[in-house]
Design a binder for this molecule. Structure first.
Ligand SMILES: [Zn+2]
Length: 288
């Protein structure tokens, strides 16, 4: 009996000291800041052979992660100002004409949060994959949150290389003024957001200098990898690199990294803008 008692005490200590891994994620919500297109896929993936080219209308993916320690938003989509046909008040005319965003005001992240029962001021952390116009657009709606971004990406947003500046894909109005004084958790690599291995920011440079993706692990062991623009479309995974890259070498290394994490953990990989993936049971949708 005494020995059993000792075993029971040891087991109790083990369970107290080591709570079940990844027990903290309650759900992941996939939604979009409207769509963009239609346009030819090779406008974004110039390496695509002509026989694989097609017209696509793409989702502008955003993610909400409900965690016991707080609410997390991963990417805030297109700025609210471009809603309802007002694109040219906020974006360069050329980007409005090419991307043809269809965002309605109701598609913007604050309304998306309200639709699932949350207020924007409940958001504890905003993770921004990178500072392009369709990902960092609404950080100003979250003045109280901790903003999680790679330090290099902040530098690049403010002073992009000339070859990336020409496309007008960094919109200064998205992150100037009050956003200068937000609380930025400036990362230089990977980061375990809540210290429990359930939400991990993964450094995936290449598309931009400081691009980052997110891995979510559920209590049941399921892994979701939210690549955002480390991988736009499944064609990128098949060996056709996207255009607009800061570094094709780093871009390929990041794709390979995410593929290997997917394969090792039997995870699901979600791309930044894949129309087919979206149409096969895509947003709006909860994963639990
Ligand atoms: Zn994007």
């Amino acid at each position: 009996m005494k020995r059993l008692g000792i075993v029971a005490a040891l087991l109790a200590i083990v369970f107290l000291v080591a709570p079940p891994a990844f027990a903290q994620v309650k759900g992941v919500y996939w939604t979009t800041s409207g769509k963009a297109g239609p346009f030819p896929l090779n406008g974004l993936v110039p390496s695509l052979p002509p026989e694989k080219n097609r017209e696509v209308t793409i989702p502008i993916n955003m993610w909400v992660i409900d965690h016991a320690k707080g609410l997390v938003v991963f990417d805030t989509g297109n700025n609210a100002a471009i809603s309802d046909g007002q694109c040219k008040t906020h974006w360069a005319a050329g980007n409005c004409d090419f991307l043809k965003p269809s965002q309605k005001r109701d598609d913007v992240i604050d309304r998306q949060l309200q639709k699932i029962g949350f207020r924007p001021d409940q958001v504890k952390a905003v993770i921004t994959s990178h500072s392009h116009l369709d990902h960092i657009g609404n950080i100003k709606l979250f003045p109280k949150a901790v903003h999680v971004i790679q330090k290099k990406e902040l530098y690049q947003a403010w002073w992009p290389e000339k070859f990336q500046r020409d496309g007008d894909v960094f919109v200064m109005k998205d992150f100037d003024g009050p956003a200068r004084d937000f609380n930025y958790l400036e990362l230089e690599g990977d980061y375990d957001l809540f210290g429990d291995n359930s939400i991990t920011v993964l450094s995936t440079p290449g598309h931009t200098l400081g691009h980052q993706s997110v891995r979510v692990r559920f209590p049941n062991g399921k892994t979701m990898i939210l690549a955002q623009d480390a991988i736009w479309f499944k064609e990128n995974l098949e060996g056709y690199p996207a255009g607009l890259n800061y570094s094709v070498k780093d871009y390929n290394a990041s794709i390979n990294r995410l593929k290997m994490i997917r394969d090792l953990e039997n995870g699901e990989l979600y791309f930044g803008h894949d129309a087919d993936q979206f149409n096969q049971g895509g947003a709006p949708k909860w994963f639990k």
